[in-house]
Design a binder for this molecule. Structure first.
Ligand code: CP
Ligand code: NVA
Length: 310
């Protein structure tokens, strides 16, 4: 449908280069500034985004839906429960049909292979709105937020405390592309797997048994729920295994004095993070959530129209 640049998907963080990200962070800042000034920015008039949710969402839905309307376009919202996706229509057939009617597709689903199959049969760009393996739109917003508060992330250290999950995998990819370090601490049995992250070397991350040691000297401390969507059956085992992986004030004290705290949300105070930390002065979680919208507006514009001169 679209007459834009060559077809590109955003299925994982490594689909873009450092140069792409340099452009996107600047563009997101401009788009955010215009939004705050109530200045119209509608390059996607008459374009349609289909959003397919096979898992729950608050931020991803609101940020993509509000963002697309602000860009002048419109959205179609599909879930497993109210579409043929939940009745076993092959993903390839769904991709062929949906991508003939819309300009862009965002999918939140389970296995990464599912979104890859959809993309392989789609005529339009496909964006990963979270899979079991990755959450690239979140890290796009998180790094944009870091830059807003502290400048370039290059050479900095990010401490990841918790599950070796989709967020952790995406941080690993980002560190390799953007030149920062990740200190990872997970309970045993929940480690990150370099082969899932698909990173080429182990140079950009270091594994720590003790979460306190991972936080020492970090510029950013971040965590996520102990049990991600789709893993609810493991809830009890995870509660026991993760008990010591709660970001507390002592961990924040071990980090740099000006360290930031981030959490993609939703959060469980008293589990992966103490209320004093997430609601404390170093936390930027509300900016992080808001920036999903600004960063994704830049992303949607980029996928459909390429680099813009103004
Ligand atoms: N952080 C995030 O993706 O939130 P939702 O699950 O609410 O979309
Ligand atoms: N790791 C979490 C992130 C939620 C936004 C999950 O996959 O459920």
């Amino acid at each position: 449908m679209s007459n834009g640049p060559a077809l590109r998907h955003y299925l994982q963080f490594s689909d873009f280069t450092a140069d792409d990200y340099g452009y996107l962070f600047e563009r997101a800042a401009l788009i955010k500034k215009k939004f705050k000034a109530y200045e119209r920015h509608q390059p996607l008039t008459d374009r349609t985004l289909a959003m397919i949710f096979e898992k729950a969402s608050t931020r991803t839905r609101v940020s993509f839906e509000a963002g697309m309307y602000q860009l002048g376009g419109s959205v179609v919202h599909l879930t497993t429960g109210d579409s043929q996706l939940g009745r076993a229509e092959p993903i390839e057939d769904s991709a062929k049909v949906i991508s003939r009617m819309v300009d862009l597709v965002m999918i939140r689903t389970y296995e990464q292979t599912k979104i890859e199959s959809f993309a392989a049969h789609s005529r339009v760009p496909v964006i990963n709105g979270l899979t079991n393996e990755f959450h690239p739109c979140q890290i796009l917003a998180d790094i944009f937020t870091y830059i807003e508060h502290r400048g370039s992330i290059k050479g900095r250290t990010v401490a990841w405390v918790g599950d070796g999950n989709n967020m952790a995998n995406t941080w690993l990819q980002a560190s390799e592309i953007l030149g920062f370090k990740v200190h990872v601490s997970t309970p045993s049995g929940y480690e990150v797997d370099q082969s899932i992250a698909g990173i080429r070397s182990a140079d950009s991350y270091r594994v720590f048994k003790d979460p306190m040691e991972a936080c020492r000297g970090a510029d950013l401390v971040t965590t996520d729920v102990w049990t991600s969507m789709g893993y609810e059956a493991e809830n009890e085992a995870r509660r026991a295994a993760f008990a010591d992986w709660c970001v507390d004030e002592d961990m924040m004290r071990a980090a740099q004095p000006d360290a930031l705290f981030m959490h993609c949300l939703p959060a469980h105070r008293g589990e992966e993070v103490q209320a004093e930390v997430i609601d404390g002065p170093q936390s930027v979680v509300w900016d992080e959530a808001e920036n999903r919208m600004h960063a994704q507006k830049a992303l949607m514009e980029y996928l459909l129209l390429g680099r813009q001169p103004d």
